[in-house]
Design a protein. Structure first.
Length: 473
């Protein structure tokens, strides 16, 4: 049967047009784009000004706000909607003739590629403006790498079917006849996800994609991006975490301090792909940020389930691959989780107490337990320097760690908005430079909308690009 076209979720025929335009007005009013527009106008110089830079730039922002996946789609809406043209700044007298041509947009976007630095500067200006409006912005951070698949064709291989190098003539022919459907900047990325089902059986999922990767540092409570970087898909996430934290400390020192205990960033959550001694050590030692990074289960099969915490002395305390601290009862051999009693920052140690004394139950082996201290019971102090991957200022076996790690799911909601609302689920972007600029524009629209809604008294809707703007009665 014939497919019946479904109405767009944000079709102008199905929404309050005035309210929908108000969303764009919020973005335009909050966008710190004067330097960018001035630079673009300077590039044009004394050339033809059939399509003003300001109006064209505003229409590009409108394309993001209203989820147009292509310039052709945006141009159709502009030709049809006079109110939208007016808000963007096109001459109303010219009617639909004011809408830039395909080639005019192509030239404009090509010029925009040279101003990625200004787009990035706008992003960080908006972060600072939001920090003033949201005093605890950046207190709880999250880092993640997000796949940005390219739907272009992969570059041709330079090797023949038998593995031999292609001839110079063949390569020259490829250069002479470039295939614009290909993306020579993109490459292949792979991510492996592992876990355990409810019944304890392991599962593994391998995801591959051709394209790029967005490395994102964000606030996990307010779900606002704070810094970003776009790389090829094959680039490792490991070096990007500390690089973005360092850049944030330089650009936003009140969020991430250059010296521990001076910034408002307290925690940073990330998945086990970022598990490393260097990440844990530098986050805490250099910036005072407590790492909440899941740990890989990297003990070899066949090894003991637990290891002695202090192997150089007779003791009953053990730990497992997930840094769960337990004691073994000398009388019964029963293993019990020790009770976490806080992080001693002056000593750099995690403090644990005897679970029987701390929780008020009898332990038959208490008298024979090495290191037991009268009525207070056995106390264990673990220096985090003993193993920075294993032992962190917020211990992995505590409720506080679980709660902090749960906040990491905020990045999934940010990624969902990037895909579904900002248009990266389906796109036609090719080339790393274009992807960097396009990601930057999408993120500044997201931040500008948040700032505009806060200023308009809609703080509860600051994360939404699609909610209607409330009008005063």
């Amino acid at each position: 049967m014939a497919t019946i076209p479904q109405p767009s979720l944000f079709s102008w025929e199905h929404v309050d047009t005035a309210s929908d335009l108000d969303r764009l007005k919020l973005v335009l009013s909050a966008m710190p784009d004067e330097k960018l527009v001035a630079a673009l106008e300077s590039d044009r110089g004394r050339g033809r000004d059939d399509y003003p830079v300001r109006a064209t730039w505003n229409s590009v922002l409108a394309g993001v706000v209203y989820q147009h996946l292509s310039i052709a789609s945006l141009r159709r809406e502009l030709r049809r909607n006079g109110e939208l043209r007016k808000v963007c700044g096109f001459d109303p007298v010219l009617g639909e003739k004011a809408v830039p041509t395909d080639s005019a947009y192509s030239n404009f976007l090509e010029n925009l590629m040279a101003h990625e630095a200004q787009v990035r500067a706008m992003f960080h200006t908006l972060v600072e403006l939001l920090r003033v409006e949201i005093p605890d912005l950046g207190r709880f951070l999250v880092f993640d790498g997000k796949a940005l698949p390219s739907f272009a064709k992969a570059p041709k291989k330079e090797a023949g079917g038998d593995g031999e190098q292609a001839s110079e003539a063949a390569l020259a022919a490829q250069d002479d006849e470039p295939d614009r459907r290909r993306d020579d900047d993109a490459d292949w990325g792979v991510k492996t996800y592992r876990g355990k089902r409810a019944d304890g059986t392991p599962w593994e999922k391998v995801v591959t994609w051709f394209g790029f990767e967005l490395h994102l540092l964000a606030d996990s409570v307010h779900e606002m991006p704070l810094d970003y970087k776009v790389t090829k898909a094959s680039a490792s996430e490991q070096p990007e975490l500390l690089a973005l934290v360092k850049e944030t400390s330089e650009l936003h020192p009140k969020i991430v301090a250059r010296h521990p205990q001076q910034g408002q960033a307290e925690q940073l959550a990330a998945d086990k792909g970022l598990d490393s001694e260097e990440n844990n050590k530098r986050l805490f030692d250099d910036y005072g940020i407590r790492p909440i990074i899941d740990k890989r289960s990297d003990w070899k099969k066949g090894e003991d389930e637990t290891r002695a915490l202090f192997p150089d002395r007779a003791d009953t305390v053990v730990y497992d691959v997930r840094a769960n601290i337990s004691c073994i009862c000398p009388a019964t051999g029963e293993k019990r989780a020790m009770t976490y009693w806080g992080f001693e920052s002056d000593r750099g140690t995690l403090k644990y107490r005897c679970p029987a004394v701390a929780n008020g139950f009898e332990c038959r082996g208490r008298e024979g337990c090495p290191g037991a201290q009268g009525d207070y019971g056995k106390v264990v102090r673990i220096p985090i320097e003993q193993d920075r991957r294993m032992f962190t200022p917020i211990p992995r076996d505590s409720d506080a760690w679980e709660k902090a790690y749960d906040r990491r799911t905020a990045v999934e909601r940010i990624n969902s908005r990037i895909d579904r609302v900002l248009g990266f689920e389906l796109h036609t972007i090719r080339g790393l430079k274009k992807m960097e600029v396009r990601v930057g524009i999408a993120l500044i629209v997201l931040l500008a909308m948040a700032l505009g809604r806060i200023r308009a008294g809609q703080r509860d809707q600051m994360r939404s690009l699609v909610a209607p703007v409330k009008r005063a009665a």
